[in-house]
Design a protein. Structure first.
Length: 74
């Protein structure tokens, strides 16, 4: 199983679905298992959860920086 590919798949789905975002915040393991359609071993699930959280956080920071750049150019 390619963990990076699973992280990318999960991030893509979560960012497009408000309900998945809420479920991921409350129950990240269950949300990922629903998204990926498999019952993952704990060590793999934890890697994917951490990767998804990191990616979502990085995306939010990037969006904020982009918004600030746009605001400062005005």
């Amino acid at each position: 199983m390619d963990v990076k590919e699973q992280i990318k798949k999960a991030v893509d789905r979560i960012t497009k679905d408000k309900e998945l975002q809420e479920q991921f915040q409350k129950e990240p393991v269950k949300a990922l298992e629903n998204i990926l359609g498999v019952d993952l071993p704990d060590d793999v699930v934890n890697q994917v959860v951490q990767g998804v959280k990191a990616k979502l956080t990085a995306d939010k920071v990037s969006d904020t920086v982009d918004a600030l750049k746009g605001f400062l150019k005005k």
